[in-house]
Design a protein around this ligand. Structure first.
Ligand SMILES: Nc1nc2c(c(=O)[nH]1)N[C@H]1C(S)=C(S)[C@@H](COP(=O)(O)O)O[C@H]1N2
Ligand SMILES: [Mo]
Length: 522
């Protein structure tokens, strides 16, 4: 019985540690909270070959799974520590401090970690150790009943203790912790109110160089095929951020500096708004997208040309004698992304984007400013929540994913995907539209072909081309007969390269192979 109460004491102590840590983190910064810090540290250390797993599991809403896992683990330890404290009050309580150390080390060790980030975990753990010490103290045998009752006096029957006293103390600790936790939440949203307001109040500038209207024929409007422009809400999200950074656009600064930068600059958001604004349709793709996968999306971006900014800062590409061949973009959450200077300055519309599909960038997609470079996978180009651009060389610096054994350079491979019919669909015999998308950003798509059961290739009808930097929808009307059939697709880009059938995984620079879908016509 006392063991159960001791376990409960451990849980309450753990809860108060987290609640108080979150309150302290609200003051320091939300990312410094222990579960977020430990989760982030886990992501940082995810073995390279498991990045796909990380992306798939942490890349979207499933980040919750990681945090829940940490909480469950923590609860288990809390129970053990509580029971231990019943036996050895001081040792058990002190054991709580170990978790403070784990949280603190994780927080300080994050890419943007500072010493102050240790505080939430340390304060939380010290407090929790105290709570556990006090609660377990309440479980000590109560002073015996009056000698008259038992006759012998002294020791009460083992297992009795001041139950009422314990319940009161435990409830008080739990309530106080809940209060601290709620206060922390409030404080965090108050701190973030400026960021939210700055996004809400932002009126997007009118682009001086507008994108032409999307050609009417770019969207085939076929059932089962996504829209040509991917709405922000359904746009894929891939990043390592357990807490989405919320930056106040008014406080935002971007520094451009490094090798060969003759005139280093620091720009504010207003500085960007005053520049020539361009608008472009660009399809983004993640290197972790498997053949047939979902991590590709197309948006209308507005922003400023990165090449202009670099030129004004005195940067020359390597082909013109510049000493730097790599741009490192750094985000407020410590992501580093390495992009070839030559590519950014070769005339393509590499941009610092501030608008996405007619809105300011959503927080999830990098508000206030992110990079977008047509033709390069996201991990080598699309830095979100960016704050710093440093010119360097590929020899001198490896960016975040490169340190984790992904390629330094990664142009997007020519790919295609069947979106309808779905795998294992059972359509009726007759004419069935087989449709999907194909992409080869900055090269453009010139041909898509479909075949059935390894037979001859049939040319698909291509939707109108918006730009070389966007994906292209396609459809082939399949005269389907009964039975199980395998559909395959392959694309050819405007340089004449046909998508290879060689199956390789996503590591180190993008998956290849033909997407195939098996259907049962009946
Ligand atoms: N700060 C930051 N920027 C980032 C990342 C990240 O983890 N952190 N992930 C990159 C990767 S791998 C991709 S594919 C794109 C995805 O952009 P999206 O989430 O807006 O679709 O963002 C890139 N920019
Ligand atoms: Mo990615």
């Amino acid at each position: 019985m006392r063991a159960a109460f001791a376990a409960l004491s451990g849980l309450i102590a753990g809860f108060s540690a987290l609640a108080v840590a979150e309150l302290v983190a609200a003051v320091i910064r939300p990312e410094a909270g222990p579960t977020t810090a430990v989760g982030g540290a886990v992501i940082d250390r995810t073995p390279p070959a498991l990045k796909d797993f990380a992306v798939r599991n942490f890349g979207t809403n499933d980040k919750l799974v990681l945090e829940l896992g940490i909480l469950v683990l923590l609860a288990g330890f809390a129970v053990v520590v509580g029971v231990l404290a019943l036996r050895h009050r001081v040792t058990g309580s002190a054991a709580v401090l170990v978790f403070g150390v784990v949280g603190a080390v994780a927080a300080v060790g994050r890419p943007e970690g500072r010493l102050a980030d240790a505080l939430p975990s340390v304060v939380g753990a010290v407090l929790a150790a105290g709570v556990l010490y006090l609660l377990v103290g309440r479980l000590a045998p109560a002073p015996g009943p009056s000698p008259a009752a038992g006759g012998r006096g002294g020791e009460p029957p083992s297992g009795t203790f001041d139950r009422r006293g314990f319940v009161i103390a435990a409830s008080a600790a739990a309530a106080a912790s809940a209060g601290a936790g709620l206060l922390g939440r409030r404080l965090t949203s108050a701190v973030q109110a400026g960021a939210t307001a700055s996004r809400h109040d932002l009126v997007l500038p009118v682009p001086a160089s507008a994108a032409p209207a999307v050609p009417a024929g770019a969207d085939l409007k076929i059932r089962g095929l996504g829209s040509f422009i991917t709405p922000n809400k359904s746009f894929y999200r891939v990043d390592t951020a357990l807490v989405v950074p919320r930056i106040d656009a008014n406080d935002w600064r971007l520094r451009i500096h490094g090798k060969g930068v003759e005139r280093p600059v620091t720009l504010s958001f207003q500085d960007l708004l005053r520049r020539e604004i361009i608008e472009r349709d660009i399809t983004l793709t993640c290197v972790s997208n498997e053949v047939g996968g979902p991590y590709v999306g197309n948006a209308r971006w507005i922003g400023v040309r990165l090449a202009d900014l670099l030129r004004e800062a005195g940067v020359k590409p390597p082909s013109r004698g510049g000493p730097a061949n790599q741009i490192i973009t750094r985000s407020v959450d410590g992501m580093t992304i390495g992009t070839p200077v030559e590519t950014v300055m070769d005339g393509r519309d590499a941009m610092l984007a501030l608008g996405m599909n007619g809105e300011p960038l959503p927080f999830d997609h990098g508000f206030p400013v992110r990079m977008v470079v047509p033709g390069l996978y996201g991990y080598v180009s699309a830095c979100k929540w960016m704050k710093d651009i440093e010119l360097t060389t590929f020899d001198d610096y490896d960016a975040y994913w490169v340190k984790r054994s992904w390629s330094q350079q990664a142009p997007i491979k020519t790919e295609s995907r069947i979106d309808t019919p779905r795998p294992f669909a059972s359509p009726k015999p007759g004419t069935i539209p087989v449709a999907g998308v194909a992409w080869a950003q900055h090269r453009g798509i010139s041909r898509v072909e479909v075949r059935v059961d390894g037979g001859p290739w049939h040319p698909a009808r291509l939707a109108a081309e918006d730009s070389r930097d966007t994906w292209r929808q396609w459809v082939w009307e399949w005269p389907a007969t009964s039975g199980n059939h395998t559909l395959e697709v392959r694309a050819t880009d405007r340089t004449g390269v046909t998508q290879t059938d060689r199956r390789v995984g996503t590591v180190p620079n993008g998956a290849t192979g033909w997407h195939s879908v098996v259907v049962n016509v009946s």
